[in-house]
Ligand binder design. Structure first.
Ligand SMILES: [Zn+2]
Length: 354
């Protein structure tokens, strides 16, 4: 598929966008050398207004961030967009996004007509994986698995410098992998899913259950906004040694370990990265318990040879990856978007079609 409009290769700016259920984040990057972030703008998503209105809000967020660095859209070479759900990257379509309530939305085309620029759309966990791989792993391991834990759980994988999308585009959708068949019910209808035991929402559920059972916690003094506490309120209570909060976080750390242990044993990546907003806030406190629980349940053996690390990118991972992705796909050697996209080779950005 040829890209229309074709990129202005003399333009050096790249915009990376993360479209979440509540906010749109756009980062502008200097793509002339190693991709370097210049500024970030934010806007609420307002998914209840429908896909066309959200596309217009994304375009405005891109225009804002370009204006913030005193540039114009003519200075931008390409835009990369990460969005949750099933994404057909080649066709530029969001096939299904439960969080936004979308089915088959031609987002690339909508944004291209609003901005007049090449726009590449991908799954947000895939682009967050690219962001971590590009900026936090200078040795560019042959196999790298990233698991992102926030209010939900997602993952992505790089193999041989290329993003592993899997058959039918759904690789990495492992929030509903069952880790405890006798566990609590999940919104998907199953029981004991990774997400229902390991996400930040699972920590809040345990704290609420504790409060309902008469336990004391500092969080009962803090009002829940938008249906939950804030990440920094959870971190503060944890750091003050609140017993109920500590127990709830430890339980999540245990299940994160069980989940990534299973994944690491099946994939055997050189590096397994834990990212997402829960890890950004509490990862350093949780990592020891996570690694302990990731040991083989039969032998008690730890994950020999698999380096487990915590990403410090937080919500910057997706915009970083989106910018790398768009930058790489508009290098002079490419004019088509292949099924398999090499983003790196020998540690350097690489965009030659296979
Ligand atoms: Zn589930």
């Amino acid at each position: 598929m040829h890209i229309e409009p074709s990129p202005n290769r003399t333009a050096n700016l790249i915009v990376g966008v993360d479209v979440g259920g509540s906010k749109v984040i756009a980062g502008i990057f200097d793509g002339s050398g190693p991709v370097r972030r210049l500024h970030v703008s934010r806007r609420s998503t307002k998914p209840e207004r429908g896909p066309a209105a959200v596309a217009a809000r994304i375009a405005r967020c891109v225009e804002d961030v370009v204006d913030e660095v005193d540039a114009t859209l003519a200075d931008v070479r390409a835009v990369g967009v990460g969005i949750s759900g099933l994404v057909d990257a080649k066709g530029g379509r969001v096939r299904f996004s439960p969080r936004l309530g979308w089915t088959d939305v031609p987002l690339s085309e909508q944004l291209r007509s609003l901005l007049g620029l090449p726009v590449f759309v991908e799954n947000e966990c895939n682009l967050s994986t690219v962001g971590v791989y590009a900026t936090e792993l200078p040795d560019k391991p042959a196999r790298m698995l990233a698991v992102f834990i926030g209010n939900s759980v997602g993952a992505g994988m790089m193999v041989g410098g290329s993003l592993c999308r899997g058959f039918s585009l759904a690789a990495g959708e492992l929030g509903h992998m069952v880790v405890d068949p006798l566990g609590p019910p999940c919104r998907c209808g199953s029981r004991g899913c990774f997400e229902v035991l390991a996400s930040r929402s699972s920590i809040y559920e345990r704290i609420r259950a504790g409060i309902a059972a008469g336990r004391q916690t500092q969080l009962s003094e803090v009002p829940e906004r938008g249906g939950s506490w804030r990440g920094k309120e959870l971190r503060r209570a944890f750091q003050r040694g609140d017993p109920l909060v500590r127990e709830s976080v430890s339980a999540a750390a245990h299940w994160i370990g069980v989940g990534i242990g299973t994944l690491a044993r099946s994939v055997r990546p050189e590096v397994l990265v834990l990212g997402g907003s829960l890890m950004e806030g509490l990862g350093d406190s949780m990592i020891e318990a996570v690694v302990r629980s990731a040991a083989d349940p039969a032998t008690g053996q730890p994950l020999h040879g698999v380096r487990i690390m915590v990403s410090s990118l937080g919500d910057q991972a997706c915009i970083q990856g989106a910018a790398w992705y768009a930058s790489t796909l508009t290098q002079p050697t490419r004019d088509a978007l292949e099924d398999r996209v090499y983003l790196f080779r020998d540690g350097a950005p690489w965009a030659q079609p296979e």
